[in-house]
Design a protein around this ligand. Structure first.
Ligand SMILES: [Zn+2]
Length: 210
């Protein structure tokens, strides 16, 4: 091989690797998948959180409470807020506090809006389409079961308290249109190119006024 060809080869390899790098980063601004995965049940934690919490997350008529005992696996890991008003098509979901989006799952369909979702129930580890927001000091919030076209944020975007980040839906392991809100502690980082991950601990959102 002559020198010119070697040089060409080096440039070519560099070009191809920089292209695939770019593609990977773009893909991971959201993680789009119909994979049905499983993640560990989160343990109930107890802690005072020094966050400026919002008083409003979404509009709803009925709710399902967080259940579980401190130190034990949670029985219901978050707070469910159901909007059963069929006349309302779009139900915005707002953030509970300032933060940065660290995980965005999209691609989970739903068979219906107002009864049990029957397709790909474990898509997004049961959370369906969802967002995870980092509030600092290892405290995160998760917004589950968002609508197929209702994930408005991407990884890396800053969000302000009360900002609209998506639309309520019925994706994943869901029994009618609702928001599943989790507030949790996680001693790690979220990889936005991989499937969904559990927090180490979850807290009862009702203890923070929700
Ligand atoms: Zn729930």
């Amino acid at each position: 091989m002559n020198k010119r060809f070697n040089l060409f080869l080096i440039f070519f390899v560099f070009f191809v690797s920089s292209c695939s790098q770019e593609k990977e980063n773009t893909m991971c601004l959201v993680y789009e998948s119909q994979e049905e995965e499983f993640s560990a049940v989160q343990t109930v934690g107890e802690r005072n959180l020094n966050l400026d919490f919002s008083s409003f997350i979404t509009t709803y008529q009925t709710r399902g409470e967080f259940t579980g005992s401190v130190g034990e696996p949670a029985e219901h890991e978050g707070l469910d807020l159901f909007n059963i008003d069929k006349d309302l098509s779009d139900i915005p979901v707002h953030t509970i506090a300032d933060g940065v989006v660290v995980y965005a799952r999209v691609g989970c369909p739903s068979s219906t809006q107002f009864s049990d979702n029957t397709i790909l129930r474990e898509c997004g580890a049961g959370w369906g389409n969802h967002l995870v927001v980092d509030h600092g000091n290892n405290i995160f919030s998760r917004y589950g079961h968002l609508r197929f076209d209702g994930v408005y944020k991407k990884v890396g975007q800053k969000v302000a308290k009360d900002e609209i980040i998506g639309l309520m839906g019925n994706s994943g392991r869901s029994e009618g249109r609702h928001l599943h809100l989790e507030i949790g502690f996680y001693n790690g980082t979220f990889n936005s190119c991989e499937s969904s991950k559990s927090f180490d601990y979850v807290f009862d959102p009702a203890t923070f006024g929700f």
